[in-house]
Design a protein around this ligand. Structure first.
Ligand code: PMT
Length: 417
């Protein structure tokens, strides 16, 4: 298991991975719940982002996962006792409490939450929480009934009022077979929330996004289109806005509410989207082409509804302008250009081809042949490609994924400027 995890870390050479938590010092406190099995993955992802991670385990946690596993993935000794002279000599608990930029408690059981709320210091983990000035993030994980118990809710509300961060829990099927709220957030979600908490705020930026499908008219009542729902592009608009961006969203026909503080321009056809985008591109710092633009349109649009007169009907199609390529070809005030690649095979080959041919700064590829992601789903997974590197953004809901994507884009944009 340790070997597998270590080999995962080596998929990309370090120089090709962009990191959001470089030099951040994180104490991960693990208490005794079944979700502790997610912790090696969490440690690995925090380290992938450049964080230095020290693990603290309660006795309960050690019933679910071994300190040796956490030592192997973190690359540091694991702390599990308040009264261990050797550990205290290496880094005492007060020193550890002062060392941390952030303490994450994941999983945080009902018992640990209650102990922290009561100010108890019966073990190393709760002692650290009392002794630190660093922010503390609680990631609850427990049976849904225990989570909804009035006393647990009271404890969580009280910690939240005192400024501790409460991350999750998620809902779904639980290890005990129950279904409901109480699942620990996934490692990727926790890493994103950590980045949001510890990363400096970005200076303001202006971002233009295309989203949704286009419709190419055949006659007044018929058109050619695709399955894009707009969810991915709208999630990007919302994430960009939350991260401080001034957002313009050029949208094909979708049935989604406009994200807060977003200037939305509705269009129908690829030609309309092209015209609106080119008119605005030079006023923006970043352009993200997430729309599923029809590559072709009927060469003629009938002014009247076409009548059913024969067994066959042939529609001649002509090429639409390539919006993204035209923006990327601008020679003055060209925005940082990010494309999407919707592929069903040879994802890297085709995505890198589009990156090169359209002269983009970055491309986000999604494999739209995989069920449950891509077109018209709530989740997606992306691989980002740029000239000298690549990065995976694993399967997550589109809101979370969009936030990760915008943060990555901002890092690349900032490097260029
Ligand atoms: O809307 P959802 O249901 O949430 O689904 C999201 C999505 C699958 C539509 C999205 O993640 C995605 O992949 N969008 C791009 C779809 C697409 O058209 O990909 P493409 O590989 O055919 O095009 C490559 C790039 O060129 C895209 O950035 C596209 O916006 C752009 N393009 C394409 C043709 C054209 N005429 N003009 C363009 O700007």
């Amino acid at each position: 298991m340790v070997e597998n995890m270590l080999s995962c870390c080596a998929i990309f050479p370090e120089s090709l991975v962009t990191m959001t938590l470089t030099n951040k010092k994180i104490v991960l406190g693990i208490s005794g719940g079944i979700a502790a099995y997610k912790c090696p993955e969490l440690v690995r992802r925090l380290k992938d982002q450049g964080a230095d991670v020290r693990v603290v385990m309660t006795n309960g946690a050690k019933e679910f996962i071994t300190p040796l596993t956490l030592q192997a993935v973190s690359g540091n000794n694991v702390f599990d006792s308040l009264l261990d002279p050797a550990a205290e000599a290496a880094m005492g608990h007060i020193e550890l409490a002062k060392w941390a930029d952030l303490i994450i408690i994941a999983p945080a059981t009902a018992n640990t939450i209650a102990a922290i709320n009561a100010g108890l210091a019966g073990d190393l983990l709760t002692t650290l929480c009392l002794a630190t000035a660093a922010p503390i993030a609680i990631v609850p994980a427990m049976n849904q009934q225990m989570y909804s118990a009035a006393i647990t809710q009271q404890n969580i509300a009280s910690l939240s009022q005192r400024g501790l961060h409460i991350w999750g829990p998620g809902s779904g099927e639980q290890a005990c077979g129950d279904v409901g709220k109480g699942r620990m957030l996934e490692a990727a979600e926790i890493v994103t929330l950590t980045g949001d908490l510890l990363m400096p705020i970005h200076p303001s930026f202006k971002i233009l996004i295309t989203a949704g499908p286009t419709r190419e008219a055949i006659d007044p009542v018929r058109y050619i289109s695709n399955h894009s729902s707009g969810k991915m592009g709208y999630a990007i608009a919302q994430a960009a806005q939350l991260l401080g961006g001034e957002v313009t969203l050029i949208s094909g026909p979708v049935s989604l509410a406009t994200p807060n503080n977003t200037h939305r321009i509705d269009v129908t056809s690829a030609q309309e989207m092209h015209q609106q985008t080119l008119a605005l591109a030079q006023q923006h710092d970043i352009f993200i082409a997430c729309a599923a633009v029809a590559d072709y349109r009927p060469s003629e649009v009938s002014g009247q509804k076409i009548k059913k007169s024969s067994d066959e009907m042939v529609i001649t199609m002509i090429k639409n302008p390539d919006i993204l390529a035209d923006v990327a070809a601008l020679t003055q005030q060209r925005p940082f250009c990010v494309g999407f690649a919707a592929e069903t095979q040879d994802v890297e080959k085709y995505a890198r081809g589009k990156l090169r041919n359209k002269k983009l700064d970055l491309i986000a590829a999604n494999n739209v042949s995989v069920a449950g992601q891509g077109f018209n789903s709530d989740d997606n997974a992306l691989t980002l490609y740029w000239d000298k590197g690549q990065q995976e953004l694993p399967l997550a809901n589109k809101q979370l994924l969009a936030k990760q994507l915008v943060l990555e884009i901002l890092k690349h944009y900032n490097k260029q400027h």
